[in-house]
Design a protein around this ligand. Structure first.
Ligand code: PMP
Length: 417
């Protein structure tokens, strides 16, 4: 149980020893990025301290050791999301790059004019913009699954936009604004029967829920290490082997090619190496492996249950003590709480709320959360988002509640004087 071990867990995160605005840091911005355990930091430092060489290029002991650790990280990643083979794991710089590669490759190499890509109104910019941009020149339409009144993606609503023109479904497993989980497995089953490709943005799910890409039966699944206790600058593009084999990369350079001549005549390396042009994020891969070991050591099921308990604690107190706070996603089964604060019936601008919370040492996110299309749905100029992870405490939530009680127009102004 995380609750019984919370002090030991928190001791692994050196940043939790620092202060913010003079208070111990109350970090509730885990959707944006998570904090890092010492074990992960050590893995990155170890690379720079003891290994040092480039990957897949050298013929000396140091480089062989780097190759070994880099490929071990690939195997560990395959295991983490239960891919059939490590050949299905491509290391990228993160979710955004993974999604851009897929949108460019699939649009240019697979789609035809008039084809449709299905997205949602709650999508992160990186999950929808690459399709809009790549599709524009080619006459490929992006169509949106209407959200339920609560803001969810449902199978029923997915079916309402499905027709023979749909060739790709590109959606997030968990929304970074409202925290709802989309019925990916059910949607993927329908897509499989109809030969529609599925591209799943796992940025907000992979660190919080057990993920099994074979059980979900999706074609592509992408995520970033930094949202799961790993380093920035590395992420994953998982793809079914046959599809990765079939597609051609969109970046070219060293180490991804087997040979070429002055006219081109490029022969690429095998999958997944053909997708990794240039020097790889080596320390990132090693750090990400350590992060996966750390998270699995705690257990995703435990993590998910604990996050729900933290959220439940907030909801209970908010119902009694925060009549001025409007919560948009009380039923979302995640640690994400999206809200706004009102004073005398008037909305306090979300960024002012975030600045006020900062004055109490509390880190939250405010604004549109990179999901600009959702603004049309929620109909406010933005929201405040508090997102918890397994190292947060019930006291962290209590501090948020207490601060929100004091969050008025006058007190928001006072922090500037
Ligand atoms: N998709 C979702 C759902 C996200 O929450 C984020 C990060 N906020 C991204 C994609 C982009 O991830 P990154 O910035 O690591 O590329």
């Amino acid at each position: 149980d995380i609750r019984d071990n919370i002090e030991r867990i928190r001791a692994d995160f050196p940043i939790l020893k620092r202060t913010m605005s003079g208070y111990p840091v109350d970090y509730l911005d885990n959707c944006a990025t998570t904090l890092k355990p010492q074990q992960m930091i050590d893995a990155v430092v170890n690379y720079y301290t003891y290994l040092g060489a480039n990957a897949h290029r050298g013929d000396y002991e140091m480089s062989a050791q780097v190759d070994y650790h880099y490929e071990e990280a690939r195997k560990r990643t395959a295991q983490f999301i239960h891919a059939k083979s490590e050949k299905e794991i491509v290391f990228t710089s993160g979710t955004t790059e993974s999604l851009n590669i897929l949108a460019m490759a699939i649009t240019n190499q697979v789609l035809q004019e008039g084809d449709v890509v299905i997205s949602t109104q709650s999508e992160h910019a990186s999950s929808v913009l690459p399709w809009l941009e790549a599709g524009e020149g080619k006459g490929v339409e992006v169509r949106y699954i209407p959200l339920s009144p609560e803001g969810r993606v449902t199978v029923e609503n997915f079916l309402s936009v499905l027709d023979d023109k749909v060739k790709v479904v590109a959606i997030a497993q968990v929304s970074n604004v409202l925290g709802y989980e989309a019925p990916v497995k059910e949607i993927a089953k329908i897509c499989r029967e109809k030969g529609i490709l599925t591209v799943i943005d796992g940025a907000q799910s992979v660190a919080h829920l057990p993920v099994d890409v074979q059980d979900m039966d999706v074609d592509f699944f992408v995520f970033s290490a930094h949202k799961m206790c790993g380093p920035t600058g590395i992420g994953v593009l998982y793809g079914r082997f046959e599809l990765l084999e079939e597609l051609t990369p969109v970046f070219f350079g060293g180490e991804s090619n087997a040979r070429f001549n002055r006219c081109g005549n490029l022969v690429l390396k095998k999958t997944p190496f053909k997708y990794e042009s240039g020097t790889q994020p080596i320390e990132g891969a090693l750090g990400m492996k350590a992060a996966m070991d750390y998270i699995d050591g705690i257990g995703k099921k435990n993590i998910h249950e604990y996050e729900l308990a933290l959220k439940e604690h907030f909801l209970k107190r908010a119902a009694q003590e925060l009549p001025r706070v409007k919560i948009y996603n009380p039923t979302a089964k995640s640690g994400i709480i999206t809200f706004n604060v009102y004073d005398d019936g008037k909305l306090i601008f979300p960024q002012d709320v975030a600045s006020f919370l900062n004055s109490r040492g509390i880190a939250v996110r405010s604004g549109e959360h990179c999901a600009k299309l959702l603004g049309e749905f929620i109909d406010v100029p933005g929201t405040v988002r508090a997102s918890a992870y397994f190292y947060n405490t019930f006291e962290d939530i209590d501090r948020l509640v207490e601060a929100l009680k004091d969050c008025t127009f006058t007190n928001c102004l006072d922090i500037f004087f």
